[in-house]
Design a protein around this ligand. Structure first.
Ligand code: URA
Length: 193
């Protein structure tokens, strides 16, 4: 399996399937535990991620770490990837053509990981992974199931940085994710109360 991940990362590293590949400093493949039961999926790299080649290392990433800590998780217990692997200029939303071009990589990551649970971070990830008409304001925190995998979405950490009034609802969603993880992720140690 380690070889399959190495192979996939190498192939993905040479990707120029869309125009985002022309401007990147680093492709951001993904990070975390490649045997995790829980997968987090964000939208796409920002400036810091583009500089470092790692997902969620900027301010949104710091908040994400804090959010995970609240429910007894950390990066050693989850795998983190994005819908698009290269930074959209000016942090604009990735275009549909870019999402479609990049999706085969995420599908292959998911196939290798075989997570029990996928947590989408924000609307874009939820619309790609859960359903195209996903409404984050109405449907965050709800559970969906596809091919035996439990799927949910929470507000993107960047949205929580911009609008602190969304944080209480997200706390409820996080506690529900913790509850569900305790129910279905037997190998994942969850340390928080
Ligand atoms: N926002 C995302 O969606 N992904 C990252 O990796 C960083 C910020």
């Amino acid at each position: 399996m380690a070889d399959a991940w190495e192979q996939l990362e190498k192939e993905c590293g040479g990707c120029h399937n869309c125009q985002l590949g022309e401007r990147r400093q680093h492709l951001v493949f993904g990070d975390g535990n490649r045997t995790a039961e829980i997968m987090l999926i964000g939208e796409g790299p920002g400036q810091r991620e583009d500089e470092q080649g790692l997902p969620f290392v900027g301010p949104a990433g710091q908040l994400l770490n804090d959010m995970m800590e609240l429910i007894g998780l950390d990066r050693s217990k989850v795998y983190i990837a994005n819908i698009v692997k290269c930074r959209p200029p000016g942090n604009r939303d990735p275009m549909n053509t870019e999402r479609d071009a990049c999706l085969p990589w995420l599908r292959r990551q998911t196939a290798l990981l075989r997570p029990k649970m996928i947590v989408c971070l924000g609307r874009i990830a939820a619309q790609v992974v859960i359903k195209p008409d996903f409404r984050i304001t109405r449907e965050h925190g709800q559970w969906f199931q596809k091919a035996g995998v439990w799927l949910t979405a929470i507000y993107h950490p960047s949205a929580l940085l911009r609008d602190v009034y969304k944080r209480p609802e997200t706390f409820v969603d996080l506690k529900e994710i913790q509850r569900k993880a305790r129910e279905i992720c037997a190998r994942t140690e969850i340390s928080a109360p």
